[in-house]
Design a protein around this ligand. Structure first.
Ligand SMILES: *[C@@H]1O[C@H](CO)[C@@H](O)[C@H](O)[C@H]1NC(C)=O
Ligand SMILES: *[C@@H]1O[C@H](CO)[C@@H](O)[C@H](O)[C@H]1NC(C)=O
Length: 517
């Protein structure tokens, strides 16, 4: 073999090598791969992993590492070249020895690594002694970012009386530094304000109840959480956020009457349905948890009623049946209030109800006189002379002072005055003889008036029947039937009402009376 053959063979070998698939493999290699991978592929290149620390300012270029070919005999025959991102500006290389320097301040959070290519060229031939190789310079993180609460300030709600340890909410801070390197992005949470009611989990930022709290004592808390990077060590940056924690209501308070005893008055004249007064029970809960119903307990509930005013939460006491001062002057009722919605968890602490006493005083009213009957039925024989007794009506003042009364007849202007009444004793007499054939009935109205108060006046109807005395030729014998009701009691006649039925006609009449007790 001669020299030229040898030379051309070597050239072919070099070309083959340059075009070899692992070369292409390398150039398309993901730059995220570590340097160990690069080193394994390129046996000819020798270098350590390259790092440049961010945020460094220096007047002179800072050495970060060296590229070296193992073919370099250190005789000055090799020349190192650097191309790619930042080559010649951010990164410079000493072409004689392959030492790389950084010339500018770097910011990892802007660019975390630079991809560059290295070449080693033989000065004499200008041919590469090593295939061009790609490598990266990683920017090493320093703690130049403070944590930030991006979602703060926070607002959270938790039911009052929640047990210790109940999770309220979670706060999260972020840190721009490299989470995979060092502690710059490793955060620790702590509670600046909110003890001893709340706690925060140092690593997760979960806020928990540290004690049981009563909304009725305080319903809102302001908690301040701090996040520190560098796991809280010296040199750490920190940030704080506020968490407003509201306690929501649960039904943990029973209603309570404002008074143990209420006094009310009702006039004996008050009609059914009259509002007598109001009772009120306080409930420190809110909304549905304070909703309540009122009841009346005991015997008086047939006279008084209580209803619940849903707007004001008051119990309104109403008159269900009229009262009479002359019969009963004082009532005592027991009112009860019960929460409408009960939380079973609190039942063992006692019933969610309360009771109070309401004393109701009946007030006397000046009542008008009362007739012994509403309707009187009387008889007078036809033709009886003027001044004859027809009957007696009686009325009395029901009030305690038993005021004397005066009687009178309500006269129809168009009718002749056939009757008069004694104003003191209610005795009705005729003023002239009556003719049954003209009118068989005279229905009049009498009044009784209090002497002290003429406005207190009442009325009764008096039905006066004119009895036939047979002043015409008889057609039928007169028929009388007298009887006593079997349930009539002596002196009770005024309590009877009669219904009269005509049983014969033809100018003469007679009547059957029936008892109605
Ligand atoms: C009512 O008074 C009159 C006149 O004083 C008297 O004649 C009459 O007998 C009295 N009637 C009664 C029922 O007392
Ligand atoms: C008077 O009352 C009687 C009995 O209720 C009745 O039959 C009669 O028609 C009445 N007379 C007048 C004029 O109202």
């Amino acid at each position: 073999m001669n020299c030229s053959v040898l030379l051309s063979l070597m050239l072919i070998l070099v070309q083959l090598w340059l075009c070899s698939p692992h070369m292409q493999n390398h150039s398309t290699q993901n730059t995220d791969r570590t340097f160990t991978a690069v080193r394994r592929v390129k046996r000819g290149w020798v270098w350590e992993p390259l790092f440049a620390t961010e945020e460094q300012t220096s007047m002179v270029p800072v050495y970060i590492g060296q590229l070296k070919s193992d073919l370099d005999k250190q005789d000055g025959n090799l020349k190192y070249l650097l191309t790619g991102e930042g080559a010649g500006s951010i990164f410079i290389i000493d072409e004689n020895n392959g030492k790389i320097y950084v010339t500018q301040k770097l910011d990892r959070e802007k660019k975390a690594f630079y991809t560059l290519r290295a070449q080693a060229i033989k000065r004499s031939t200008q041919l590469p002694v090593e295939p061009e190789s790609e490598f990266v310079i990683k920017v090493r993180d320093v703690n130049d970012h403070e944590p930030q609460f991006l979602d703060g300030p926070y607002v959270a709600t938790v039911p009052e009386m929640s047990p210790e340890g109940t999770s309220v909410t979670q706060v999260t801070a972020t840190d721009g530094d490299d989470p995979s390197y060092g502690n710059s992005a490793r955060l620790l949470y702590s509670l600046i304000q909110g003890q001893p009611y709340f706690s925060v989990e140092p690593k997760t930022g979960v806020i928990r109840m540290a004690s049981q709290m009563d909304r009725e004592t305080k319903d809102q808390y302001l908690v301040i959480i701090q996040a520190k990077d560098m796991v809280g060590q010296t040199g750490a940056f920190s940030a704080t956020t506020t968490v407003t924690i509201n306690l929501s209501d649960i039904n943990d308070n029973p209603p309570k009457f404002q008074q143990r005893l209420y006094y009310m008055n009702v006039s004996e004249e008050a009609p059914v349905g009259t509002t007598i007064g109001k009772v009120f029970a306080e409930d420190s809960d809110i909304g549905e948890n304070a909703a309540m119903n009122y009841f009346i307990e005991g015997d008086s509930s047939d006279i008084f009623d209580i209803i619940t005013d849903n707007k004001t939460q008051e119990g309104i006491i109403l008159l269900k049946k009229r009262v009479d001062y002359e019969i009963k002057r004082r009532y005592s009722i027991e009112a009860k209030v019960v929460n409408r919605y009960i939380d079973e968890r609190f039942l063992e602490e006692g019933p969610f109800e309360d009771k109070t006493i309401v004393k109701i005083n009946v007030e006397d009213a000046d009542e008008p006189p009362v007739f012994t009957l509403e309707n009187y039925v009387m008889e007078i024989a036809e033709g009886a002379m003027g001044g004859s007794l027809v009957g007696v009506v009686t009325a009395r003042d029901p009030d305690d002072d038993d005021c004397p009364v005066r009687y009178s007849i309500v006269h129809d202007m168009h009718l002749k005055r056939l009757f008069s009444i004694n104003e003191h004793n209610g005795t009705i007499i005729t003023t002239k003889p009556l003719d049954r054939e003209i009118a068989s009935w005279h229905n009049i109205t009498v009044t009784a008036t209090e002497t002290k108060n003429p406005e207190k006046i009442s009325e009764a109807n008096v039905y006066i029947q004119v009895l036939d005395v047979n002043d015409h030729a008889p057609e039928f014998p007169k028929y009388y039937e007298t009887f006593v009701c079997e349930n009539a009691v002596s002196g009770q006649i005024t309590q009877l009402e009669f219904s009269q039925q005509k049983v014969a006609s033809g100018g003469k009449s007679s009547f059957l009376s029936t008892c109605q007790s």
